[in-house]
Structures are given as structure tokens and as C-alpha cells.
Write a protein of this length. Structure first.
Length: 442
């Protein structure tokens, strides 16, 4: 009896934490998005709300993320103390601006699961073989570009109903998801790229990234179908009807149209605002008002708190960026280079990918490098391409990325297996990315 009482108390506490954290994240999102329309809310308010929500979510952190966060905070404190020793100037209110737009983007895009998941197409025939592999790869990629990791597991479970999740299926799904980071406006990678390469053009970044995503799809098809050919003839995919692509297409077009009309407005906040706005409209069209409110509220208190790892990691990376930026103001020449040339570009890309292999999340590497490179005269479209590509390739090869940890846990895979499947692909795509960088920088 006493055990049951304790268990009930734990459930109530967990629910209360979810409610508080979820609504704080939503308020952070709404206060951030409000700056798209008016500036009544002080700019530091979203940051304060994000840090408050992080306080509630600390107990949910995994040991790995907790360790990374602790290390980031310790390094940040050391940088601030060193800056103080060097008589640096401090503006702690600016801390609440670091990576808040990115977190708002993640929170806003998460609501798209309520409206953008592909409907079950039970009337469509299930193709088999190479054609099925290619069509499923394209469909999974396009939906992953909008609703992120949810699309991967949706496709995985549907494919699992027809066949075992073999190596070709898992390679297809993980590559389809990760390659969306090359170009998708709805990926965290794009939010980071635009944050730390603020003069980059969203349209240009998408145009640069799409060819890399196409090459990645062709490399994946070639590796699985032509090289491994591991039972591909019996592969049975997930058919998606044309109507299912309407909302993803509407979202992408909406972002470009609004950005064209309001070019000085933060792209990250435009995406977050459009995601939440369309979700509210479409849920109210599809469902009765009470059902729509219940779905929205359910997502707020159940799904948003699951962002705990990303939220706290990105806030910690923001703290490190703030600390490094503060410290760098005490130096006349932080780096012994004058111009950012091609060699620096491919080395930066390689370093971020290699650090990912050893467990350092790309958001940390990008946040620090973005602050260090800020004083230099760099083509931000090139810098944005480096950040997007390092994210796309780093996440697929890192043993500690959210993608690989989730896939390994769900489908009983070892990290050795995952890395062995992808390291050749990463090397090939690194070479293609270096070629594109060369074309852009000559």
C-alpha cells in the first residue's frame, strides 16, 4: 500500500513538472514569436523562460547529456573568470539571447507532428525491390525535413509491419533523416547555421544544400543496391500518397514567401511562427474545438518536455558562446589568421565532424566557432554550408547523436554497427562537400 502511495506521488510530481516545463517552453516560444509582429515583450524574457523550464527538466537528463552540460558550464565559468581577470566588460542580459531563437524553432516545429504526419495509405499497393527503396527514401527524406525524427520512426514502424527492419531499411531511414539537415528550414541545423552565419541567405543555403541531399540519396542507393545488395529485391516500402505532401509543401512555400515580404525579420522566428500558426488553424479545421485544444495541450505538456536534452544542451552551448565571446573581447587578435580561405573551410568542416565522432554535439562546435569567426570577413553562405554539412554528416556518424542513440535503443543496435554502416558514406559526402565549397570560394 505504501509503495502504491509513493508511486502515485511520483506520477503527480512528474505530471506537475511536465505541465510547468511544457507551458514555460510554450510561453518562451510565443514571446519569441511575438517579436515578429511587435516588440512589447523585452528581448530577454524568452531566455528567462527557457532557463526556468530547464530547471524543471534537469532530473530528466541522461548521464551523457548531464556530463556534457556540466563540462560546458565549467568551461564557461573558467572563460568568464579569465575575462574578469583581463578586465573584460560583461553584459549578462545578452546571455538570455544566445540560442533562444534556435530553441524556439525546435519547439515550434515540434507542433507540426499534429498536422503534417503522412496519412495511412492502405489503398495503395506496396511496391517491392529497388523502386520501392528509392521511393521510400525520397518520401522519408521529405517528411523528415519537416517533422524531423518523428518521420523516421513512423516510416520504421510501417515498414516493420511488412518486413523485418533489415540493414537496408535502417540505412535508408537514418540517411533520409540526416540528409535533410543539408537544406531543410525546419531542422535545428538551419537554425544554428542562420544564428552563427547571420548574413547568410536562407534561399541560398537551401539551393546549396539540395544538391548535396540529392548526391547523398544517390550514394545511399548505390551503396545499398549496387554494392551491398542485401536482399533488396524483397524490400517492401511505405507508400505515401501525393495528398500527404500538401502541408509540407505549404510550409516550405510559406517560409519563403514571408521571408521575401519581411527580409529583415529573423528567419528562425518566421519558421517558428508559421509552424505554430498553421498548427492552430489546421487542427481547428480537422477537429472540433475541444478536440483541437486537447491535442494542442497534450502536445504542450507531453511532447515539449521531451525536448529536455536539446533544450539544456543548447542553453549550455549558448552559455559557452557568451563566455567565449566575452573573453575574446579582451584580445586584439584572437586567431593568427587574416583571411578565411578554402583550406580553413575544409579543415573547419573536418574538425566539427571528427569532434562529433568523439561525442561532441555539433551545436557546441558551431556555437564556439561562430563566435570566434564573427570578426572575420567571411562569406556567410559558405559558413552556413559548412555548418549544415557538418551537422548532417556529424549526426550520422556520432555515437552520441540523438539520431543514433534513439535508433540504437529502439532497434537493439550497437554503435559499432551504426558507425560501420556509415563511415564510408561520410567520407564520400565530405569529399563532395569540399568540392562544392571549392566551387563557391574560387
Amino acid at each position: 500500500m505504501q509503495t502504491d502511495v509513493i508511486h502515485q506521488q511520483q506520477i503527480k510530481t512528474f505530471t506537475l513538472v511536465n505541465v510547468c516545463a511544457g507551458w514555460l517552453i510554450l510561453l518562451m516560444l510565443l514571446s519569441s514569436v511575438s517579436h515578429v509582429f511587435f516588440t512589447i515583450v523585452p528581448v530577454y524574457v524568452p531566455g528567462v523562460l527557457a532557463w526556468l523550464s530547464a530547471f524543471f527538466l534537469l532530473p530528466r537528463l541522461s548521464k551523457v547529456i548531464a556530463l556534457q552540460t556540466t563540462i560546458l558550464i565549467v568551461i564557461s565559468v573558467f572563460c568568464l573568470l579569465f575575462a574578469f581577470y583581463r578586465h573584460g566588460s560583461f553584459n549578462f542580459l545578452t546571455l538570455f539571447n544566445y540560442n533562444i531563437g534556435l530553441i524556439s524553432l525546435l519547439a515550434g516545429v515540434s507542433y507540426l507532428k499534429l498536422i503534417a504526419l503522412p496519412a495511412s495509405e492502405s489503398t495503395l499497393s506496396l511496391p517491392k525491390g529497388k523502386k520501392s527503396f528509392l521511393s521510400t527514401l525520397i518520401s522519408a527524406h521529405l517528411f523528415s525535413a519537416v517533422i524531423n525524427l518523428s518521420a523516421l520512426f513512423l516510416f520504421a514502424e510501417r515498414i516493420k509491419q511488412k518486413n523485418n527492419l533489415s540493414k537496408p531499411a535502417l540505412v535508408l531511414l537514418t540517411r533520409a533523416f540526416s540528409t535533410a539537415a543539408f537544406w531543410s528550414p525546419f531542422f535545428a541545423a538551419m537554425g544554428v547555421a542562420i544564428t552563427y552565419a547571420p548574413d547568410a541567405s536562407l534561399f541560398q543555403l537551401v539551393i546549396q544544400g539540395v544538391p548535396l541531399a540529392i548526391v547523398a540519396a544517390l550514394v545511399t542507393y548505390w551503396q545499398v543496391v549496387k554494392v551491398d545488395n542485401n536482399g533488396i529485391e524483397n524490400f517492401q516500402g511505405y507508400p505515401v500518397g501525393i495528398k500527404s505532401f500538401f502541408i509540407p509543401l505549404l510550409l516550405v512555400l510559406g517560409v519563403f514567401v514571408i521571408h521575401a515580404l519581411y527580409p529583415n525579420t529573423s528567419v528562425v522566428l518566421i519558421i517558428a511562427a508559421l509552424a505554430i500558426f498553421l498548427t492552430l488553424i489546421i487542427t481547428n479545421i480537422r477537429y472540433k474545438p475541444k478536440q483541437a485544444i486537447a491535442k494542442f495541450n497534450g502536445h504542450t505538456i507531453n511532447a515539449l518536455p521531451k525536448m529536455s536534452s536539446e533544450l539544456i544542451l543548447f542553453l549550455s552551448a549558448g552559455l559557452l558562446s557568451f563566455s567565449v565571446a566575452t573573453l575574446l573581447t579582451t584580445f586584439d587578435q584572437p586567431l593568427p589568421i587574416v583571411d578565411f580561405e578554402y583550406l580553413h573551410a575544409i579543415l573547419l568542416l573536418l574538425i566539427i565532424i571528427l569532434l562529433s565522432v568523439f561525442g561532441l554535439h555539433p551545436v557546441i562546435s558551431i556555437s564556439v566557432s561562430g563566435v570566434i569567426l564573427a570578426p572575420f570577413d567571411i562569406n556567410h553562405n559558405v559558413l552556413g554550408l559548412i555548418y549544415l554539412s557538418s551537422w548532417a554528416l556529424g549526426m550520422i556518424i556520432s555515437p552520441l547523436s540523438g539520431l543514433n542513440v534513439s535508433v540504437a535503443n529502439h532497434y537493439s543496435l550497437s554503435f559499432k554497427q551504426i558507425i560501420s554502416w556509415h563511415y564510408r558514406y561520410v567520407i564520400i559526402m565530405y569529399m563532395f562537400t569540399c568540392l562544392l565549397l571549392w566551387l563557391l570560394m574560387i
